[in-house]
Design a protein around this ligand. Structure first.
Ligand SMILES: *Cc1c(COP(=O)(O)O)cnc(C)c1O
Length: 506
């Protein structure tokens, strides 16, 4: 290894200081975003794999065949795991083929783009529609917006379940894609894949199973799950994120399609410019092969048995946490979660003074050193309201801290039992009246509103209690809330707010 100069050491020292601002990325303290095996050796394997691939450009697998070689291995493993190996021998072109993408969002975006282009190639005209349960991941909202589809969301019941008949009722000639989830992120609901995909096939509609979060853990979950993968013939595409329960560092997911000809609509190619002929299976041009290499290394190292052991650990912890939360007076687990994630809501069956608000609870848990994720409630198109919940993603590392975590969950509940949920509308009264018809906010107006909410332009440090803020987001009309969120993130990276890192001193 090359020795670093003192100047370089100084830069790295500064990076380490920056990292101290982050939520703890190991130790199981953060129950979302991170997927931690708790195996330090596996993290080192991933780091060294990234290091080996560091100079490579994943843009061109003919110049860098190692990229294609790893990708073939990853796709082969994923296809077997998702029961997509059949169909190779049948004369029809039904072979399941795929690509590695930069993450779940890119997999979902490309699934939608592909379905739209297949629909158009088959003669579809006008605005295509994307039908999905209301719990479908936000990445599909983004895809509909980016690629010009109308998003047709079907309300779910209080347990997060969609009525398949109601969803199938929405089918029509203009539907380019139906999306179901295995499971959906908000409440871990496993959608009725077989019923919906089979009906879609009869109607000639493509069906994507979003297994971004479940793809790399449900195959080893145990119990008799209803078929949710390529065993269902109506399933035309699936996404499964390696940077979730594939335990890879961020930036890697798999998108599979049934049928080469369908999948070729995913690609972009052009020779109509004076530069090199371009052909891209995914959205990026030049790209890192680092996360792919890390995912590949972890996959080879773990193999089927390794993934099975880690899934079993997730299962034990999920069951233990679900029972522990069930036993906390005033809280309940929503629906029947399938997979290592839980949504927790208020138990309305106990008297008001015994209830626990899940967002107050999450704030209490945060003060004890654990980060849960607060999910706002949702008013659905049929007027029913899904209550706000608190989300936990359980990973293998959870098992090593489980009893301490459960104690914190209980202690925090005791601390906030009987305390009412933050009332977003009441908090909004403190703001200057927001005219509905004032037109789009300017950045200056949006920043002023954020400041009123206690999030100044340099408001990088979040308030101690997040529940009131989430309640305000929930109470605001969606376009306004979304505009404020955009302003918050936009301001976060403006150079004026960058003083902490002393760049100007050089
Ligand atoms: C995580 C996730 C996605 C995509 O998210 P990325 O953050 O881009 O990886 C899509 N669908 C589901 C169900 C997910 O859990």
């Amino acid at each position: 290894m090359t020795e670093l100069t003192p100047q370089s050491e100084k830069v790295l020292a500064r990076l380490r200081i920056l990292r101290e601002m982050d939520a703890p990325t190991s130790g199981g303290r953060v129950l979302s975003y991170l997927y931690d095996t708790g195996m330090a050796e596996l993290d080192e394997l991933a780091a060294q794999a990234i290091r080996i691939m560091q100079p490579v450009n994943g843009l061109d697998p003919t110049t860098f065949p190692s990229v294609a070689a790893m990708e073939r291995d990853v796709i082969a493993f994923t296809r077997r795991m998702l029961n997509g190996d059949a169909g190779q021998e049948s004369g029809a072109d039904n072979e399941v083929v795929g690509t590695v993408t930069s993450g779940g969002t890119e997999s979902c975006l490309l699934a939608v783009k592909t379905a739209r282009d297949v629909w158009r190639a088959a003669g579809g005209e006008g605005t295509p529609r994307l039908v999905a349960p209301a719990t479908v991941h936000a990445a599909f909202h983004k895809a509909a917006q980016y690629f010009g589809l109308e998003l047709d969301l079907v309300p779910v019941d209080a347990a997060g379940r969609v009525d398949p008949a109601a969803l199938i009722d929405r089918f029509g000639e203009d539907v380019a894609l139906v999306v179901v989830s295995a499971p959906a992120y908000p409440h871990a609901t496993l959608d009725p894949v077989e019923t919906i995909a089979t009906a879609a096939a009869h109607a000639g509609i493509a069906c994507h199973v979003d297994a971004c979060i479940g793809g790399w853990v449900l195959p080893w979950w145990g119990g008799a799950l209803p078929a949710w993968d390529f065993r269902v013939l109506g399933v035309t595409s699936m996404s499964a994120d390696l940077h979730k329960f594939g335990y890879a560092p961020k930036g890697v997911s798999v998108l599979l399609h049934r049928g080469r000809d369908r999948q070729r609509h995913q690609y972009f190619a052009t020779k109509r410019w004076p530069g090199y002929p371009v052909v891209n299976p995914t959205m990026l041009g030049s790209k890192s092969a680092g996360a792919l290499a890390a995912a590949w290394a972890i996959m080879l190292r773990l193999g089927n048995d390794g993934f099975a052991d880690l899934a079993a650990s997730c299962r034990r912890s999920t069951d233990a946490l679900a029972s522990a939360i069930h036993a906390i007076e005033g809280l309940r687990v929503v629906g029947e979660p399938t997979g290592p994630l839980l949504a927790v809501a208020t138990d309305e069956s106990v008297p008001a003074d015994r209830r626990v608000d899940p967002h107050n609870w999450a704030d209490g848990v945060r003060q004890l050193g654990w980060l849960l994720q607060q999910q706002p409630g949702l008013l659905q198109s049929d007027g029913t309201r899904l209550p706000h919940t608190t989300h936990l993603t359980i990973t293998p590392v959870t098992e090593s801290v489980r009893e301490r975590l459960i104690a914190a969950l209980q202690q925090a509940a005791d601390g906030v039992r009987g305390i009412e949920a933050a009332n977003g509308n009441r908090l909004l009264v403190a703001l200057p009246p927001l005219a509905d018809d004032a037109g789009p906010l300017t950045s200056v107006q949006a920043a002023a509103l954020l400041a009123q909410l206690g999030l100044g332009a340099d408001g990088i440090t979040l308030p101690e209690k997040m529940a009131p803020l989430v309640a305000v987001i929930e109470a605001l009309p969606a376009p306004l809330a979304e505009r404020l969120l955009i302003e918050l993130l936009g301001r976060l990276v403006e150079p004026a707010g960058f003083s902490a890192t002393e760049t100007s001193q050089h």
